[in-house]
Design a protein around this ligand. Structure first.
Ligand code: FEO
Ligand code: CA
Ligand code: CA
Ligand code: CA
Length: 721
């Protein structure tokens, strides 16, 4: 996310005084797209046991060749495309389009505002429609998504990583697409922006958040994919949808916020919630799925919808934890005012007068797309933080674990291990699997080993003397608990991706994008306080082996392997898969170790069913400053084996994030999302920055829209070949 309503990634230049081995190597290999595999990565790969690299330097030319298949990897067959750079004459990017390699086609499937259920009106380009229409239309600012095939629920196959039969019409030509809507851009959502706020605008904005479930199908006569606007599965989950709260924190006194009757013209206080009910999901960034065929949506920057103007809170009857609640609001970054301005018109979001409401956000939410009337469930066992994504592994003993990042500067990487095994045969036995288990946080040692530290009440100082009275409080205060046990502060953990165990590859290997960290290694040095009192994102930790760059402006991707191929392992080995950067720039600290095409700020990350790693980026996308040689945001495809290679597959329109990636099970249709075209425009001229997707032939002119894009290969082949 880069919206004006969101925390900025302040990537100020602060070059390192210490030249690292990467810098030395970078200086000898500055030619564009001719890169190096470093000695540092070689040594840790040796620990991991899959290295074929020998010697200090190994050059490769990725973009002009295909990438051969290898262990657990089917190869890459397309040619890299050129980056979408800024044209100095116009000051704009060369293309306000989604571009894919020759032999591939990108078409828009649906966009913000499109109707997806019975009774939904057509979208109007003047933004005059209100909340009632928006509640039946696709939400705004798409992010993570998953494809659930029809006609039936999918089942997990551990060997292939596939849910369903690979080929055949069934399962590949029809399905339910669950799409997250991360945030809204109020200057485009409303005809006049939100300088003057009203409850009607807040309700529309709330309705544009959450999740869309769209039934989509492929025309059997070659007409492509489309949305069934009258589908019985069509559904919107918004910032006001009633949900169940489950797991150890459900019902806790800290979860009993004020109860409101949520009406179109206002929220009326009617008592106190029971702690087992919540209303709405917010800032749904990335996502996950379960092996039993449900969707997980992750609540990321939910804090920015709240405001605590006074810095104080109203006393809560029966609770003597006033100072701890205030401190917790600071640890999670509740602001004094919200750019969304919902608290001005909707008292539910006033964190001073309704101080427990923030405790109902920051969770992973499970949604069953096949049951349109089912209540979403907030799974508190998976911890409360700024959840980016949640990806699972079922290991050889049918143990199930989820890997998750907390995306803020200096936050942590987590895993949740279910206490019961996954039942591959009886789906009902998995229904409450996510309510019971152990949450761990990662510690990355400088020698390439790591530890999973359990966040269990009574252990490692998670005791009443330190403010943790039970497991519910450990989970509600996950960040403070992780501070206490000594987790490793990371450079903004974004998506995680799990490498499929196919073609002879058997490890439990997990990757995580670390998008950037403007405060890493800067002065005055500081770390997250072990007593949990730090303000969110405020520390300036020194560089370490897992986060090796001062003022990490381009980001990197880290990966780890669980000891003994078990998700329940408490130790792992790790290395850095790639450091992003601009190979043409020579400033210390800026040259990465990319082996292939340049990129910056990795965010979306997904392994396809053939072992290809797809990387998506999220930076300003304007082609200026650090991005002069990188241009727009991109999607790339990487070989996870050595020599690792990265190839540029897709470039985005002007100033858009590329996010969300999934294919049909046969891998012949790929879906991706383009988020926030038109960022930086004004209500008076909403299409002054970008005209996408109209610029690519979709919909009327006048207002840019986040949208889902369908990518196919012209010969009907598998994406990536
Ligand atoms: Fe919403 Fe961390 O990206
Ligand atoms: Ca973004
Ligand atoms: Ca991001
Ligand atoms: Ca993201």
């Amino acid at each position: 996310m880069k919206g004006h309503l969101h925390p900025k990634n302040n990537t100020t230049l602060n070059p390192s005084g210490n030249e690292s081995i990467l810098d030395v190597i970078g200086r000898v290999s500055m030619k564009r797209r001719r890169f190096v595999v470093t000695a540092a990565s070689t040594s840790i790969l040796a620990v991991l046991g899959d290295t074929t690299v020998s010697g200090l330097l190994q050059t490769a030319t990725a973009s002009t060749s295909t990438v051969p298949a290898g262990l657990g990897f089917a190869g890459i067959g397309f040619q890299s495309i050129e980056p979408n750079l800024r044209n100095p004459a116009t000051g704009l990017l060369e293309k306000d389009l989604v571009t894919v390699p020759p032999g591939y086609t990108a078409r828009i499937l649906s966009a913000w505002g499109d109707p997806i259920m019975p009774g939904a009106p057509d979208w109007l380009p003047d933004a005059s429609q209100g909340a009632a229409a928006q509640e039946k239309q696709v939400g705004m600012h798409h992010d993570g998504m998953h494809f659930f095939p029809l006609p039936g629920r999918s089942y997990y196959n551990r060997t292939s990583g596939l849910d369903v039969p690979v080929e055949g019409r069934a399962y590949n030509n029809k399905g339910l697409l669950c799409v997250n809507h991360e945030y809204t851009q109020e200057t485009i959502l409303h005809p006049d922006g939100n300088t003057v706020m009203t409850i009607e605008k807040a309700r529309k904005s709330q309705a544009a958040h959450g999740v869309s479930i769209q039934e989509i199908s492929k025309d059997r006569f070659g007409g492509g994919w489309s949305v069934d606007r009258n589908s019985r599965y069509g559904r919107r989950i918004t910032a006001n949808t009633e949900m169940r709260v489950s797991g150890p924190a459900a019902g806790d006194a800290l979860m009993r916020s004020k109860k409101f009757s949520i009406q179109p013209n206002g929220s009326i206080e009617i008592g106190v919630n029971d702690g087992f009910t919540a209303y709405g999901t917010l800032n749904n960034c990335a996502h996950g799925a379960t092996p039993w065929g449900t969707y997980l949506t992750c609540e990321e920057n939910w804090n920015v919808y709240f405001a605590n103007p006074s810095g104080d809170i109203e006393s809560v009857p029966g609770l003597d934890q006033k100072l701890e609640i205030i401190s917790g609001q600071s640890r999670y970054g509740i602001p004094t005012s919200s750019g969304y301005k919902w608290p001005e018109v909707d008292p539910r979001f006033n964190a001073s007068t309704n101080p427990l409401e923030p405790h109902l956000f920051g969770w992973v939410v499970e949604i069953d797309p096949y049951e349109p009337n089912s209540r979403p469930v907030k799974r508190t066992s998976m911890g409360r933080f700024k959840h980016e994504s949640a990806q699972y592994v079922v290991d050889d003993n049918n143990r199930l674990a989820y890997y998750m990042g907390d995306d803020e500067r200096n936050e942590y990487i987590y895993k949740f291990v279910c206490s019961r095994t996954y039942d591959t045969k009886v789906r009902a036995n998995n229904r409450d699997l996510l309510d019971h288990g152990t949450l761990y946080v990662a510690k990355f040692n400088d020698n390439g080993t790591g530890e999973w530290l359990p966040l269990v009440w009574g252990q490692r100082g998670l005791t009443p003397e330190n403010g943790f009275n039970n497991q519910a409080e450990v989970l509600i205060k996950t960040r403070q608990a992780a501070d206490r046990v000594g987790a490793t502060m990371m450079d903004r953990p974004e998506w995680v991706a799990v490498r499929p165990r196919i073609r002879g590859f058997n490890e439990v290997e997990v990757y995580c994008t670390l998008t950037n960290n403007s405060r890493r290694g800067t002065t005055p040095a500081s770390v997250n306080n072990p007593d949990g009192t730090t303000s969110g994102g405020s520390a300036r930790p020194p560089v370490d082996a897992a986060n090796p760059r001062q003022d990490n402006r381009y980001g990197h991707i880290i990966r780890w392997r669980e000891t003994g191929r078990s998700v329940a392992a408490t130790t792992f080995n790790w290395d850095i898969f790639v450091q992003a950067g601009d190979s043409q720039r020579t400033e210390p600290n800026l040259v990465g170790d990319i082996n292939g095409d340049d990129f910056s700020s990795p965010d979306g990350l997904w392994f396809d069913y053939y072992g290809r790693l797809w990387i998506q980026t999220d930076h300003s996308g304007n082609g200026q400053g650090d991005l002069v040689n990188i241009g727009s945001n991109t999607m790339l495809c990487a070989n996870p084996n050595s020599p690792r290679q990265v190839k540029l597959f897709l470039t985005s329109p002007t100033r858009c994030e590329v996010t969300g990636v999934i294919t049909t099970p046969d891998h012949r249709t790929m879906f991706i999302n383009i988020q926030h075209p038109g960022e930086g425009s004004t209500p008076a001229a909403p299409d002054s920055v970008s005209k996408w997707p109209h610029s690519q032939g979709y919909g009327p002119s006048g207002r840019p829209r986040s949208a889902t894009v369908v990518i196919t290969k012209n010969d009907g082949g598998i994406i990536g070949t």
